[in-house]
Design a protein around this ligand. Structure first.
Ligand code: NAP
Ligand code: ZN
Ligand code: ZN
Length: 350
């Protein structure tokens, strides 16, 4: 067993605080990773505070993890000591159901194992995430991080990157397509960068007028203040795809009205309280689709990392000390982050 230092929430009402625990001895296909950086996803906050009502305490959040391999199990073939690797939201799945067979482990019909707040399929232990000094993960769920990318700025690709890349790929973002991204937070700013790199015409919807210039710098061709009905109306019936990353309950109708015939709005934001049901006629009259999308499978996550390596795409980050995590959560709730907090895990090792 390996002594590990992390930060955990003990219950929904308490701030995160130092927490010591053991990582398991290596199984045949396990890789042991020295964690360097971990991104701070809004899902970490949702789960630390039990907003999805499924948190197992204590919870050590963190699923945007970059580190270096320090030890490999006897059966490991894909990774060597010293390699720069990533771990995202998944650390295991059943590997035999139709979804797993298709490489869609996130939709595993027997339930995937989350990097944290999951239950290990072998030991039954609750999994602990990347707000920690060390990780032990089966090599099948470890990703290769392109060495040309800054490792700290690459960490958010493991969730924010793949969660936007996957629906953009699924619904065909590319040249000649008009794509909307709703919300300029961690997910949204990666959505803008990736959709622009795919060659789509990108429109960013924001509630924050202060983010207009940033959105353009990040690659948006147009920016719309979503609270302004006139600006919204100018885009009626014109979008092929809208990826909605908003982390709070809101009215979906104003966005659905912007879809062209057969257009799709994919929801990826996972708010504590459901959105009110949209108007049925808004969907019927133009055969519009309202969809959802969950992170991405392991193969697609590697494809996304390679795409980002090729295009030199990383997250715009603000590096924080582990000790500053609770203040970072408060700022995230105020949409006051440009555009992803990343924890320097060295501050936890001191
Ligand atoms: P984030 O950094 O906090 O960004 C969310 C953005 O949503 C904010 O920056 C803000 O953008 C907008 N927003 C926030 N409150 C709003 C409100 N009341 N009305 C309208 N807009 C609002 O969060 P994130 O890390 O990107 O995560 C976004 C959501 O996706 C979270 O719910 C998270 O749990 C979920 N998520 C889902 C998946 C998945 O697989 N489906 C994966 C990861 C995360 P503006 O200031 O530009 O308006
Ligand atoms: Zn996440
Ligand atoms: Zn499965």
């Amino acid at each position: 067993m390996y002594q590990t230092y992390g930060y955990a929430a003990q219950d929904a009402g308490s701030p995160l605080a130092p927490f010591e625990f053991q990582r398991r001895d290596l199984r045949e296909h396990d890789v042991r990773i020295d964690v360097l950086y971990c991104g701070v996803c809004h899902s970490d906050l949702h789960q630390a505070r039990n907003e999805w009502r499924n948190t197992l305490y204590p919870v050590v959040p963190g699923h945007e993890i970059v580190g270096r391999v320090v030890e490999t199990g006897s059966g490991v073939t894909r990774f060597k000591t010293g390699e720069l690797v990533g771990v995202g939201c998944l650390v295991d799945s059943c590997r035999s159901c139709p979804s797993c067979a298709e490489g869609l482990e996130q939709y595993c019909e027997n339930g995937f194992v989350g990097t944290y707040n999951g239950v290990d399929r072998v030991s039954g232990d609750v999994t602990f995430g990347g707000y920690s000094t060390m990780l032990v993960v089966d090599e099948a769920f470890v990703l290769r991080v392109p060495e040309n990318l800054d490792p700290a700025a690459a960490a958010p690709l493991l969730c924010a990157g793949i969660t936007t890349y996957s629906p953009l790929r699924t619904w065909g973002a590319g040249p000649g397509k008009k794509v909307g991204i709703v919300g300029l937070g961690g997910l949204g700013h990666m959505g803008v960068k990736i959709a622009a790199a795919m060659g789509a015409h990108v429109v960013l919807f924001t509630t924050s007028a202060s983010k207009i210039e940033d959105a353009k710098r990040l690659g948006a061709h147009e920016v719309v203040i979503s609270k302004d009905p006139e600006q919204m109306q100018a885009h009626a019936n014109s979008f092929d795809l809208i990826v909605n990353t908003v982390a709070a309950q809101h009215d979906l109708n104003p966005f659905i009205e912007l879809l062209r015939r057969d257009g799709t709005m994919a929801l990826v934001g996972a708010p504590e309280h459901d959105h009110p049901s949209p108007q049925v006629f808004n969907l019927i009259m133009k055969r519009r689709r309202l969809a959802g999308s969950l992170i991405g499978g392991i193969a697609e996550t590697q494809e996304m990392l390679d795409f980002c390596g090729k295009h030199g795409l990383t997250s715009d980050i603000e590096m924080i000390k582990m000790q500053d995590i609770n203040g970072a959560y408060e700022r995230m709730l105020k949409s006051d982050v440009k555009y992803r907090f990343v924890i320097d895990i060295a501050t936890l090792k001191q």
